[in-house]
Design a protein around this ligand. Structure first.
Ligand code: ADP
Length: 175
């Protein structure tokens, strides 16, 4: 089972094998965490992204990290929240799962996730956190190659939600 850590701050500062980007389907950059990652990685990242032909919702693609301390960026496209009847929950779970699967193909053992879809895509934060923690835990239980997963928390609400969620689950979150 992986170590689960909560980190409060900018995901672009993390020295891990891979950080996950909450991208849009074009993979050509955007606002929020996507903009921060592209700014910190430098223009070479956009050049590589242009070769990827976009990414479907719930899927993930990997690039190098360029000027980031992280070796790789895994770009995943979260669902826009349309009320919950459009497979949003399943697609969000798929973002976490597919990102971890892609990570495994590049020998990534430490990985950091932002709170996918909870910014401009408006996924309810509490439910998104439950899905994120559950999916990561389920995956790492059966894939010991992933040794550490960090949830990067950037806003107050997500910080409060994850602090409660992870401490409630703490007997299952040891190393
Ligand atoms: P989405 O389009 O998937 O909703 P956003 O980038 O709008 O993506 O927001 C996703 C989450 O990323 C939000 O919780 C936001 O607070 C957070 N966020 C924004 N900038 C950063 C950053 N530099 N590092 C980590 N998280 C960030």
């Amino acid at each position: 089972m992986a170590i689960i850590e909560l980190y409060h701050g900018d995901i672009t500062h993390l020295e891990v094998d891979a950080i996950v980007n909450a991208a849009n389907a074009s993979l050509l950059g955007g606002g929020g965490v996507d903009g921060a990652i592209h700014r910190a990685a430098g223009s070479e990242l956009l050049k590589e992204c242009k070769l990827l032909n976009g990414c479907a919702t719930g899927e993930a693609k990997i690039t190098k990290g360029y000027n980031l301390p992280a070796k790789y960026v895994i770009h995943t496209v979260g669902p826009v929240w349309y009320g919950g009847k459009n497979r949003e929950e399943e697609l969000l779970a798929s973002c976490y799962k597919r990102s971890l699967e892609v990570a495994m193909t590049h020998d990534v053992s430490t990985i950091a996730f932002p709170n996918i879809s909870t910014g401009v895509y408006h996924f309810p934060k509490e439910r998104a956190a439950e899905i994120a923690v559950h999916t990561v835990k389920e995956f790492t239980d059966t894939h010991p190659e992933i040794q550490k997963v960090i949830f990067a928390l950037f806003d107050r609400e997500n910080t409060d939600i994850y602090s409660k969620l992870v401490s409630i689950d703490s007997p299952d979150f040891g190393s």
